[in-house]
Structures are given as structure tokens and as C-alpha cells.
Design a protein around this ligand. Sequence first.
Ligand SMILES: Nc1nc2c(ncn2[C@@H]2O[C@H](COP(=O)(O)OP(=O)(O)O)[C@@H](O)[C@H]2O)c(=O)[nH]1
Ligand SMILES: [Mg+2]
Length: 329
Amino acid sequence: MSSYLSFVRDKMLMNKEGKVPQIVILGLEKSGKSSVVNRLIYGTVSDAQPTQLTCFINVAYGKSILTIIEADEETARESPYFQDILGEIDGVVFVIDTQTIRHVEVSFEYIFSLLDKIPQKTSILFIANKTDIPDSVPFPDLLQDPAFQVIMEDINRSVSIYPVSVRTGENFYTAFDWIISRMTGRTPLREEVNPKRVIILQEGGVPAFDYTFDKTIEEHDSTLLGGLISALNIMASTIFESESVMDVVKLGEVKMVIRKMGAWSIVLFVDRNDSESKAQSLAEEILNAFIEEKERDPSKEMPRQVKYEILSKIPEIAILLDQQPGRED
Ligand SMILES: Nc1nc2c(ncn2[C@@H]2O[C@H](COP(=O)(O)OP(=O)(O)O)[C@@H](O)[C@H]2O)c(=O)[nH]1
Ligand SMILES: [Mg+2]
């Protein structure tokens, strides 16, 4: 462990000169640290991910690179190398498991045991994770916890907390955008995705949902459809091998992100340079919202208004739809 960590440290110092923002992910076992790392790398989280105690990795975030260091409890508390890392890091992400009140209490104890080791200048993001669990601790309760208020009221430190589900992706990027803008002193690092069109296909490639966000896209329809076919070819070759098909096809100014869930596939068209992992998680959210609606009422017609309502369930898409008055005709 120690030679590995000294390698980590050397590499970090090198990166520091290159000004790559570095984030340490802390939290109790099973709070969701590796899931955070997975979502940053792949834009999605799988249950089958390998359990790794400590990991050090560079990931693309929008147009930037981040260095992510996941540390288990023992490393975080005891490794002298890791204490040095903590002293030099740009940002800390604490993952709090909000599954039960007991989980939250233990998380707070853990946070307090490490707080002194994190310099005042280092921004801290708290992720109240697992908000998708129905009886998880409500976010307002967490905020009102006296222990937590002590941390939040520390005026000398830049701290924030967001309710997040790393599993579904809800609020994930909003939370990360916060810490990254704090670390770099810049706000526009935000992960950018400009959805242009979304098509959901039934098994066999029959379109069940088609929504165009951007009128200009229609001019390129033939190109897009040609690309769609090649995308379908890729899907066809992978469809029978894996449940979670994931692929990206670049085509002129656009890029198509393809996800598959059960019998459904989604193709999301975004700008060529948009963040791939973000586009993938957005596609996943749209498909989830669509499937949810289908399961509720399989025979439901899908005029544009219904599609609009489904898409509006995704906060980021809702913002986009708001910015396009008159498009919801
Ligand atoms: N329901 C739910 N489960 C989650 C969430 N994030 C992580 N998990 C699950 O919690 C368990 C532990 O996650 P993992 O990322 O390995 O935690 P780590 O030990 O902190 O690295 C896994 O079974 C995850 O699938 C979430 O947002 N919601
Ligand atoms: Mg882990």
C-alpha cells in the first residue's frame, strides 16, 4: 500500500504543476464513493462494479481533466502519505449515506474525525447520497442536524451540500459543478450538453418517441438518419452480448449517444464536442422517464405535449425547454 501511495503522491505533485484540479472522495464503506468514480468515468453506475479500496484516476469532466482519488477509511485515517495528499488537495467530496439516520450519524462522526486534517482553504462538497431510497433521511432533517450546522457555519471554509442519487444521477453534476467551480475559481467548467433530438426505439428499431429540440436539426435529417442506421448496426452487433449497450457515433457536427434498457433503445443527438459521459447519463434519465410512463399506461398516446411532459421530468431538460418558448406547440 505505501509504495502505491507514494506513487500516487509523486504523480499528484506532477499534476499540481499542470494545474489539474484534484479531488479526494471520502466516505464510509458502501456510502457510494466508487459509484461516484464510476459515474465520473462512464456517466453511469452499475451494480457489478468492482470494489476497490483506494483508487487514483484522471477523468474528463466537460472540457477539463480532473484527478480523482478515492480513499477508504483506513487509508484516510492512517496512511501518512495520504495525510500529505489531504494537505495539498484542491477539493474534498464527502459522501454521506442517507439510507438511515444511523448511517448519517456515523457519517458525521467520520467527517469530524477528518475535518482537522483538511486545510481551511480546501473546498468541501458534501453529497447526501441515495436520495432515491424511499425512506432515506430527508434532506431538510440532515441540514438541521446540529453537528452538521457547525460545519456549514464555518465562515472560513467553502462548503456546500447537495441531495444526490449517484445511482440515478439526480443532482450529481450540479453538485460536482459546484466544487469544480470553487477549486478552479471559474464557473463555466460546467458540463455542457446540448440535446438536439431524441429518438426512442422499440425492439426491432421501430421509433416510439421522437422529439426535436432544435429546429435547425431538421435540415440535416437525411444525414442524421443515415447515421442513425449505422448506429443501429452497432447496436445490432452488440445487442445480444450485453444488456447495457453503450456507444457513441460522431457524425459531422453532431454526436449520437446510444443506450439500451430492456427492450428499449435511446438515441440522443448532441453537439459533437459535448461531454460524452454527461450525454450518456442524460440519455439514461430520459429513457427511464419514458419507460416509467409506458409502464404506467402502455397504451398511452404520445403527442408532442405528452413527450414534453416526460422530458420536463429531467431538471436539466426542463431548463432547456423553458428557454425555448413556443417549441411546445
Ligand atoms: N440506492 C442507491 N444505492 C447506491 C447509491 N450509490 C451507491 N449505491 C449502492 O451502495 C453500494 C456501495 O456503493 P460503492 O460505490 O461501492 O460504495 P463505496 O464503498 O463507498 O465505494 C452499492 O451497492 C451501490 O450500488 C445511490 O445513490 N442509491
Ligand atoms: Mg469503493
